[in-house]
Write a protein that binds this ligand. Sequence first.
Ligand SMILES: Cc1ncc(COP(=O)(O)O)c(C=O)c1O
Length: 417
Amino acid sequence: MTHRRSFLESISASALAASWFRGAALARPLPRPGDDAYWDKVRDRFMLARDKVFFNNGTVGAMPRVVFEKTVEHLRKMAVDVADWDYRGENWIAGYGDPASLRGKLAGLLHADEKEIALTENVTCSNSYVADGIEIEKGAEIVMSDQEHPGGEGPWLTAAKRHGGAVTRVKLPKPAHSADELATLVAGAFTTRTRVLFLSHVITGSGAIVPVKQICAEARSRGIFTVIDGAQAFAHIPVDVKDIGCDAYVGCLHKWMLAPAGTGFLFLRQDKAPAVWTTLPSSNWDNHADEGYRLSQRGTGSQSLLVGAEAAVDFHLELGHERVLARVKYLGDRLRAGLREMPKVKIYSPEDNAICAGITVYAVDGVSGDKLQDEMWNRARLRPRSSGPGVRHSTHIFNSPAEIDKALEVVHALARG
Ligand SMILES: Cc1ncc(COP(=O)(O)O)c(C=O)c1O
């Protein structure tokens, strides 16, 4: 199989040192992302069944064993020993106390202050807290792309309708050609009426990494409030909210961080947070000394999920943030290199590998997205997700090069007809 030999050769050290990654602060020397023996050992720490391959981290991640065990252990404690809880010290439920330890770890990863971080249920909640919490005057314009997720754009569409605002959707190319192209298109849509920019950091339906720093700088110079959707970015590519210069950054832990479903976060810049009203008010509804705590309070929630989420962050930190991101991109680059060899395959992810990492969206001529999803499953028990005319195929540290090659073989067979 010629396509196979040449794409393997094309995975070079230079490809791994793609420009987006060069900018990441490397805290310690990295083992090569292609060190499969090392990653095989990491794979052993997942419970994922060995006779199936999971390629849809873009919807929800696969929990490492330690995350599952800590979550279940806490649930068991709730069922068996809840009478031991004397309502002092450690919290047995979430939603009232300050989840300081997890907020602190997230702040470290995002380069934020702990008080700028709130814990939420998911990205839709985080985004709603911002869209419902800020004042939107009649006639105000909200700029977003034409490729936002419903949980991203929904809160802004609602806010615009409720307050008499207007939404401008910028048409972005798919595939995107370059970061500059994306920046020029989005910034070109700003007008004197624009009050809010809402934009994905990584686009869900293509995996394109959007140059949010460049765009936020332009927005800031015009006094536009900037909200970046990091659902597909956090724990996938480097995220430094101070460097990006956004006012709000919404994200979750249940995708790329491999935490249990139902764990989200919200970053709100210290100087902008006081202007954001509390959507789910409780005793801290007016606590402007700790804005992140104010917005983390949301009534009774599952502490077991937060325990699991913290275990996921600890697992990630133990492996090394940069090391995980590099492996995810290495596998994504391998998949795209293989797909690019196949004439009947159309790739909707960016042509420039510097602006994509672990998400690849592609289609095969004459095969619908649903059919491609099903063929992957029926022929080889591979689970990417149907997306538009093709599939969205995510790669993560529990995937191996051999699994990617298996997917390429299925695509190759379908593309041959
Ligand atoms: C870019 C983007 N924004 C928002 C969401 C919604 O996330 P959640 O389900 O955590 O609310 C998703 C989910 O896939 C997404 O990809």
